[in-house]
Structure formats: C-alpha cells, structure tokens
Design a protein around this ligand. Sequence first.
Ligand SMILES: Cc1cc2nc3c(=O)[nH]c(=O)nc-3n(C[C@H](O)[C@H](O)[C@H](O)COP(=O)(O)O)c2cc1C
Length: 223
Amino acid sequence: MSDTIKALNALLDGRYSCRGFLEDEVPQDTIEAIVRTAQKVPSWCNSQPWQLSVCAPAKTKELAKTLTEAAKRGLHSPDIAFPERYQGIYKERRSICGWQLYDAVGVVKGDKEGSFKQMMENYRFFGAPQVAIVSTSKELGAYGALDCGAFVTAFTLAAHGHGVATIPQAAIAGMCSLVRKELGISEDRDILCAISFGYEDTDHPANQFRTARAEVEDVIAWN
Ligand SMILES: Cc1cc2nc3c(=O)[nH]c(=O)nc-3n(C[C@H](O)[C@H](O)[C@H](O)COP(=O)(O)O)c2cc1C
C-alpha cells in the first residue's frame, strides 16, 4: 500500500461524527486552511456551488437558542425535501446507528423524553463552538447539491487533519427559513446542512461509538 493511500485511509478511519465538543474556538486561519483543502474536490463544470456561512462562537450560541426555541414549536419545511422514508436495508442501517448513539448516551427503548432530549442536541449543534451553514445555488439543482456533498466530506476530512472534529447536520436544514433570516442567506440558494465543528470532548458519552460500513460486494454490481 502506498504512503498516499495509507494517509487517506488514516484520515477516513480517524474521522467520525462528533457529538460532544470542548468550548475552545477554532482559529480563523485554521478554518480557512480547512476550506482551502476542501475546495479541491471536483464539481460539474468546476462550478464550485458551495457557499459557507460561518458563525463565530457568539453567533453560534445565538443561533442555537433561536433554533432550539423554534424546534420546540415544530419544524419548518426544508429547501430540499428530506428523505420520504427509510425502508429495507436503509431502515436497518438507520436504526443501527441510532441505537449506537442511544446506547452510548444511555437512552433506553421507550424513553421518549430521553430520545427527544438527544434529538434536540442537534439544535444546539451538540455544543460545538462554531458552525458553518452550507448552501448551494438553487438553479444548479441536484448536481449542485451533489458537488456540495463532496465538499462537505472533504471539509470533514481536512478538519480531522487539522485536529478539528465535525458533524454534518441535515437536521438544521429543516429550519431553513429561520437560518436564512438569521444569516442573511439569499433566496436563490438552497440550504443543505450545517457542519458543526470544534475540538472533540473525548470523554463525552456520545463520542464513544463508531459506525460500520457495508461490505464491498454489497455496493458493487459487476457487469
Ligand atoms: C449529509 C449528512 C447529514 C447528516 N445529518 C445529521 C443530523 O442531522 N444529525 C446527526 O446527529 N447526524 C447527522 N449526520 C451524521 C450521520 O449520522 C453520520 O455521518 C453517519 O451515521 C455515519 O457515522 P460517522 O459520520 O460517525 O462515520 C449527517 C451526515 C451527513 C453526511
């Protein structure tokens, strides 16, 4: 195995979705370095449709308060429709990673209050000091969103390379009208997700599990 692929695997193996952060702020030059690396992903016609609204700690706290209050009153509709349903293998995988999280934080079957509390953690960005809201150009449609997905992944990997923990959060896109208003994101852009980031709290119960992946033969159809 070449050193290059070893380094890539090390990045991919080390990254995970962090749900418990320390309070320390990530410096602006580190954020810029992460974005400079993440921007190297390919995009159709090199359109690079991603835009980030990065919130400093004070703004992150303010946004968390607004979203938490709104979430208690019920979700707004997202710019891009959420999955209609998870069936079959997708339902199974969703359930496995959901229970991994619940087991880690001590939510047991039937504990509606506990699961609601954990779900609400989304709106306080799991305590991350900073958050970036990712949006795409509406007129580039699904392929623009696809390009942004690549960017989000690269952001999480580059961040990990800088010792910064992340979690992409589509839950935040369910609040797009509020997020748009709070951050001045224009109507010609679709809000896709948040990336909450900061330094991991290694002792936090929610950070004590890792998700698995399907076997290669489950994802390749040889023709
Ligand atoms: C586009 C996207 C949206 C996600 N939205 C959420 C979310 O709203 N809340 C959450 O807790 N995790 C969210 N996640 C994290 C996934 O649950 C996580 O990536 C998956 O379970 C695999 O685990 P890992 O990232 O630790 O490898 C999201 C991930 C992606 C890529």
